[in-house]
Write a protein that binds this ligand. Structure first.
Ligand SMILES: Nc1nc2c(ncn2[C@@H]2O[C@H](COP(=O)(O)OP(=O)(O)OP(=O)(O)O)[C@@H](O)[C@H]2O)c(=O)[nH]1
Ligand SMILES: [Mg+2]
Length: 369
């Protein structure tokens, strides 16, 4: 984003004073996979009318805010975010969008009071994309701010109580799911799609001390580009793993193609060629996405940061040395001038005595031996 962020502030400066009508403000972000019910939750809690997806494609592909609503003396605003597994937008686009929003908020001294992560208890598997969303939730919040977050399981009406409870236990206790977040202080609550349960979940966060998420500190305070943040690095790592996998598959296809050629199996050759083209396109897309995340200027940015490091550390040192050198030179010149003065004083001094002597009626020059 081109806007230059305002000077970052420390947590202490976020006052969150009550508004004129005595209400305190609470902004809470809602994250989760596509179709996990984020917009439904936001609409239910805030009586907003944001668009909810009915079909199989992702619905929310931008960041949208609910209308503010009152809850227990707080003016609450919910921020609906798109999932990282959006149908039409890439992970890089989603991460960039979320980062831009969070950067702008923190640059203007606005912190979230909490983060909600929605998870469908009806999912009988937590696959790659769900795991990726969980990982991003963790990386964006960071260990410190996780204590301000709540993992909400919904869609309980689609499972039996036993199945739901058993899945909930698994989600809570496994490291690949929510155990690390819970260990850092995140809560896990159930949501039964009623306004009461939505408000209860929000109540859980109202007394939190607003604090920046880890990604906000990285972007604003540390001035890191997105690809250098924890979340950016995670995404780059995942893209590299996927690319390696595709390359291995391409190698395997090459061998299969040779065999098919040997056997003169034209049908198999055609199938393999199609698969190869598909994989090639996916690899190409991954390369484009990585380039998009790194930006055309990634090298230049690194150079500029090196320069700014030079400016911060090396230049003051050079200036200090220059100052010391200047002081030494000035001292030397003064010492020289003073010495000359003293020498001249010593040289003129006898004459001055003589002249003074004559003036006071002393002996004439001829009388001096
Ligand atoms: N049974 C049940 N269905 C729900 C619940 N929440 C959402 N849904 C349904 O799940 C579908 C997706 O809901 P959305 O609110 O659009 O999900 P989303 O997370 O905003 O999805 P994206 O905008 O694509 O990221 C809709 O058909 C909702 O009616 C819930 O708590 N229980
Ligand atoms: Mg939505």
């Amino acid at each position: 984003m081109s806007t230059k962020p305002a000077k970052p502030t420390t947590g202490r400066k976020f006052s969150f004073r009550p508004t004129k009508d005595g209400h305190k403000e609470a902004t809470i972000a809602v994250m989760g996979c596509t179709g996990s019910g984020k917009t439904t939750f936001v609409n239910l809690a805030s009586k907003s009318h944001l668009r909810v997806g009915a079909g199989l494609e992702s619905c929310t592909d931008t960041i949208q805010k609910s209308q503010p609503f009152e809850l227990d003396g707080y003016t609450v605003t919910l921020v609906d975010t798109p999932g990282f597994d959006d149908t039409n937008k890439s992970e890089v686009e989603i991460l960039t969008m979320i980062c831009d929003y969070l950067r702008e908020e923190y640059a203007h001294r606005r912190c979230l009071r909490g983060v909600i992560y929605l998870h469908r208890i009806s999912d009988n598997r937590v696959g790659g994309t769900a795991l990726q969303n969980i990982r991003f939730f963790h990386r964006l919040c960071g260990d410190k701010a996780l204590k301000n977050s709540v993992v909400i399981t919904n869609m309980w009406n689609q499972v039996t109580s036993e199945v739901g409870t058993s899945r909930e236990t698994e989600l809570k206790s496994k490291d690949i799911f929510f155990k690390p977040a819970i260990d850092k202080g995140a809560a896990m609550l159930r949501h039964d799609n009623t306004i009461e349960s939505a408000h209860n979940a929000i109540r859980h966060m109202l007394h939190n001390k607003p604090m920046p998420l880890a990604i906000q500190v990285e972007l604003v305070t540390d001035k890191k580009p997105i690809y250098e943040t924890e979340a950016g690095q995670t995404l780059l790592g995942e893209m590299a793993t996927r690319e390696q996998k595709h390359q291995r598959e391409l190698e395997a296809l090459k061998k299969e193609l040779e065999e098919a050629k040997r056997d003169h199996d034209t049908e198999a050759m055609q199938d393999i060629e199609e698969a190869r083209l598909r994989l090639d396109a996916e690899v190409g897309q991954l390369i484009d996405e990585r380039q998009r995340l790194l930006g055309p200027d990634a090298e230049g940015a690194r150079e500029r940061r090196k320069l700014s490091w030079m400016r911060r550390v090396v230049l003051p040192f050079v200036h200090l040395r220059a100052s010391v050198f200047g002081i030494c030179c000035t001292g030397f010149v003064f010492t020289c001038l003073f010495s000359i003065y003293q020498w001249r004083s010593a040289w003129t001094h006898p004459l001055a005595i003589i002249q003074t002597g004559f003036a006071e009626g002393g002996p004439s020059l001829d009388e001096i031996p």
